[in-house]
Ligand binder design. Structure first.
Ligand SMILES: *Cc1c(COP(=O)(O)O)cnc(C)c1O
Length: 433
């Protein structure tokens, strides 16, 4: 499989190159040349397959012969060594819980798969890889956790000061070793812009190679399709609606890849908080990226979603076709809080603020399409946002052990202004001779 640059279709590179570049020098994202179709025998066996097996069969199509089957099998087993669950909460609604990994958010799927790819490829490279990542909350923790201690790889995480939860901050600042946290006095969009600028402007001297761990990296996107095969195959009725709480639109793009490969899905719901650039586009055809606004679903506080280009590309930029498959809804903090409370009273299920957005989106759709069955994607464990959720439901949420351990760590970060020059200075000090 070759990967092409969506800004320059004639630039085609291997999977390995796409992973190590992250984004092209003209800021184009890479896409697989063709979305692989999964065959009938795969779909017949699907309901018996576990996630590592699904990952191996689907992932092999994207990777071709660039990694041997034996190695790739081990990589999938190691990346996805934690459970995944689909729970029914009423006659219409299922919850796909993607928060049983080490950092209690769905980012673990992409980060752990990507770190396996880096580990595999870096053993044959003698340059040091410096992985730059901007985080609105959960990405940094997942990347830090899955890249900790990998030889030949340094991770530099940029996060907006004061805009992530205490737990999220500990997850990305307390590990040390090859992980450095830069605390930026600005927003997530500033962090993302600084990382993007580094790719076009920073001249790495021979010794190092800069790459990205944001969902612009294809090795994070592909694994975000695997769990959709799992979820759909576990339903008794086929063709569900899938509601994805969206920020950078990587998770929903993963779902679209699965659908394009033959997975039966009725419709997608792009559910957001008040950072509603994409739902607005779906409604009005006008795409107007702008500054992000802080909300209680902070991992979705994105004003200029980086995967939108890919989503657009999957539909050849045709608004009519996009809207025939995707509906968009957005909700404010009060609606999110109220829904967490309502769902808890109704079913006893504790949603986190992100999953609540997905759940609200599905309910909105269900009003007009009462026969649909929906899978809502729960992207974070509610304990990760205990400060928001506990007062709403009026009781304590038991902490998963991984989060408890993390709270004991010591924060260590380097504070910088939200300017590319400051990031450059840091990189130059650390990595030039
Ligand atoms: C990152 C994140 C999202 C948004 O996912 P995208 O792929 O950026 O759309 C939603 N919920 C949680 C908890 C997240 O960490």
């Amino acid at each position: 499989m070759k990967y092409y640059n969506i800004k320059n279709h004639s630039q085609k590179i291997s999977f390995r190159e796409a992973v190590s570049q992250g984004i092209s020098s003209d800021m184009g994202l890479f896409m697989p040349e063709a979305i692989p179709m999964m065959d009938e025998s795969f779909f017949k066996r699907l309901s018996e397959m576990n996630l590592p097996q699904i990952a191996f069969e689907v992932g092999s199509k994207y990777i071709g012969d660039e990694i041997s089957s034996i190695s790739f099998k081990t990589m999938c087993d190691e990346a996805f060594n934690f459970p995944i669950q689909l729970k029914q909460i009423n006659g219409k609604k299922y919850v796909l819980e993607l928060f049983h990994g080490p950092t209690a958010a769905f980012k673990d799927f992409g980060a752990r798969f990507m770190s396996q790819c880096f580990r595999h490829f870096s053993t044959s490279d003698n340059q040091k890889m410096v992985v730059l990542v901007a985080t609105s909350g959960d990405t940094g923790g997942a990347i830090a956790n899955s890249f900790l201690g990998i030889e030949g790889v340094d991770v530099v995480i940029l996060y907006p000061s004061g805009k992530v939860s205490e737990l999220q901050e500990k997850q990305l600042t307390a590990l040390g070793n090859n992980i450095t946290a830069l605390e930026v006095d600005g927003t997530f969009d500033d962090c993302q812009a600084m990382v993007k600028a580094a790719f076009t402007q920073f001249e790495a001297k021979g010794k190092i190679k800069l790459t990205s761990a944001n969902s612009i990296n294809i090795a994070r996107l592909i694994p975000q399709s695997f769990y959709y095969y799992y979820a759909v195959s576990r339903l008794k009725s086929n063709k569900p609606v899938i509601s994805v709480p969206s920020g950078n639109f990587g998770n929903i793009t993963g779902a679209l890849l699965a659908w394009k490969s033959g997975l039966p899905i009725e419709r997608f719901i792009a559910a957001t908080n008040i950072n509603n650039v994409v739902p607005e586009y779906l409604e009005s055809r006008v795409y107007n990226p702008r500054k992000s606004i802080q909300t209680i679903a902070n991992a979705m506080d994105v004003g200029n979603p980086s995967n939108f280009d890919r989503l657009f590309e999957l539909f050849n930029g045709d608004w009519a076709i996009i809207t025939s498959m995707i509906s968009g809804y957005w909700f404010n903090d009060d609606q999110i809080r109220k829904h967490i409370e309502d769902e808890f009273k109704r079913s006893g299920y504790i949603l986190d603020p992100h999953g609540a957005v997905a759940s609200l989106g599905f309910e909105r759709y269900l009003n007009k399409n009462p026969n649909s069955i929906g899978i809502i994607v729960e992207t974070a464990h509610p304990a990760k946002f205990f400060d928001v959720v506990q007062p709403i439901i009026g009781q304590e949420i038991p902490m998963p052990e991984s989060l408890n351990n993390c709270l004991k760590g010591m924060k260590s970060s380097i504070r910088i202004r939200p300017e590319y020059g400051c990031l450059e200075e840091y990189l130059r000090d650390k990595y030039s001779e």
